[in-house]
Design a protein around this ligand. Structure first.
Ligand code: ADP
Ligand code: MG
Length: 466
């Protein structure tokens, strides 16, 4: 065995992470220590299995990419769960002695009978995005049944299958569940899962490297092709063209395609008609925000997976207060569990109320700011932010400004007085007048309604980015 010591690279990667993530996030999640290196991996000590799971989900790829940048080669991270002594580490451990073993971050096989053993983990699929971990509820029953059917007989029933809906509603999870199921059940099938952005980048790179033929071969000879977030293809004409040909090759060969998109295909802009019509073939289904029962069931499932006990009344207030998106729901639970670990206390209703106060109020108001509204609306009407805030009253500016006011009134909690102020120091009657105008126009012009809906979606999306 050679002796390897990558601690210098590790320290540098961690320093970079610290400055990028900020002190708070860093302190919360990087209570970890370098342990040792082998030729292709670094072992890290973490204080609990919960901690490890969070790191794997949220930061593993991030750190590995950093190491790759620093070292020029791919280094894996292995986590060693080590129960800290109370003196030198403040973080409590959830689980017992059994945790004190080395865990590989990428389990080779879930259980010994599973065919997955032969194939290992799929390099692009998350192991936790499975049907087993997906709660079927009021909002996704049809989509999940279709997904299940597809994974049984890829390429034969619904092709392509396209899942659309707002952020954090489970599109990626459901799509990858299909991939994972096929991967395990049909060992001969080739599965590729990428985002539309990666597809685009790889395509551009292949042109640059003069390897487009390899690129084409790679994507035209798969059994299941999963492409996430195809709204990214808007305006990317070259990639659209390439995907169009890929699509045809796969479609003719009865190979399954699954896409996700943040809106109905009909609302995508700058997309070639022929690709649009391909996407709309097969089956398009939408995911809606889950109702209270489904939200509670999702929380329970996550808790089940993590061996932490959370009282029902706590589940209830989280499910009640966070209603728009599953990702936020999970984040609230994670925050609570992390807190309870840090302070060695069981989760109670009181702790939950205190710790999640901000999360709850933010969820009500959304992160939507007037600034975001102005930016998105200005962008859509090809104006500048200052045009909308400014004094000019020419028609081409006045109307978009009214639209922005109407949206702000609709989706934020601001009063008309506050809104007037935010919109360049106008009077509250101006805001009321704007809202009336738009309401009148909505009655006459059905297109305006869908424009406004699309704008609202974009604003929410834009505002939910960190
Ligand atoms: P999207 O791709 O629509 O933005 P994701 O698939 O990334 O959303 O889902 C966000 C988070 O919510 C993921 O962690 C996912 O596991 C979880 N999630 C969404 N829907 C469900 C569900 N029905 N059951 C369990 N977890 C879910
Ligand atoms: Mg997604």
């Amino acid at each position: 065995m050679g002796s390897w010591n990558y601690s210098v690279f590790w320290d540098e990667a961690i320093n970079q992470a610290k400055s990028e993530l900020g002190d708070h996030e860093f302190a919360m999640w990087f209570n970890i220590q370098y342990d040792s290196s082998t030729e292709n991996s670094i072992a890290i000590r973490v204080p609990s299995s919960f901690y490890r799971d969070q790191l794997v989900r949220q930061y593993q790829k991030y750190i590995e990419d950093k190491l790759f940048d620093l070292m020029g080669k791919r280094i894996g991270i292995e986590f060693i769960v080590v129960k800290p002594t109370p003196v030198d580490a403040p973080v409590a451990l959830l689980a017992s002695e059994e945790e004190k073993q080395i865990h590989e971050t990428r389990p080779r096989a879930k259980d010994k009978d599973s065919p997955q053993k032969d194939r290992g983990k799929h390099p692009q699929l998350r192991t936790d995005y499975t049907f087993e971990n997906f709660v079927i509820g009021d909002n996704n029953g049809f989509a999940s049944n279709a997904a299940l059917a597809i994974s049984k007989n890829p390429g034969t029933s619904y092709n392509p299958f396209l899942i659309y809906g707002g952020v954090g509603l489970g599109k990626t999870h459901l799509m990858q569940s299909i991939g994972n199921r096929v991967w395990v059940e049909s060992p001969k099938m080739k599965v590729i899962c990428i985002t539309a952005e990666e597809f685009t980048n790889e395509f551009i790179q292949s042109i640059h490297d003069k390897t487009t033929q390899n690129f084409k071969n790679k994507y035209r000879y798969v059994d299941v092709l999963l492409i996430d977030d195809i709204h990214f293809l808007q305006n990317k004409l070259g990639s659209q063209e390439e995907l169009f040909h890929t699509f045809n090759a796969l479609y003719d060969g009865n190979k399954q395609m699954v896409f996700t998109c943040d809106r109905p295909v009909s609302e995508l802009k700058n997309l070639s008609d022929r690709l649009r019509s391909r996407f709309e073939r097969g089956l398009n289904v939408d995911l809606q925000p889950p109702n209270f029962e489904t939200r509670s069931a999702i929380l329970k499932k996550k808790i089940e997976a993590g061996r932490i006990s959370v009282p029902d009344e706590v589940i209830e207030i989280i499910a009640k207060n966070i209603s728009t998106n599953v990702r936020d729901l999970e984040a609230a639970l994670t925050k609570l569990i992390a807190y309870s670990e840090l302070v060695h206390k069981d989760i109670t209703l009181e702790i939950a109320q205190n710790q999640l106060k901000d999360v709850f109020s933010q969820s009500k108001h959304g992160n939507v700011t007037i600034d975001n509204i102005l930016r998105v609306v200005a962008d859509y009407y090809k104006l500048s932010y200052n045009d909308l805030k400014g004094k000019k009253r020419t028609k081409n500016i006045a109307f978009p400004r009214q639209v922005a006011m109407y949206i702000a009134r609709d989706i934020t909690e601001y009063s008309t007085t506050e809104l007037g102020f935010e919109f360049g120091g106008r009077d509250h009657t101006t805001v009321m007048h704007a809202c009336q105008k738009i309401e009148e126009r909505l009655k006459l012009d059905p297109n305006l309604e869908s424009t406004i809906q699309a704008l609202v979606r974009t604003i929410k999306e834009y505002s939910s980015k960190p």
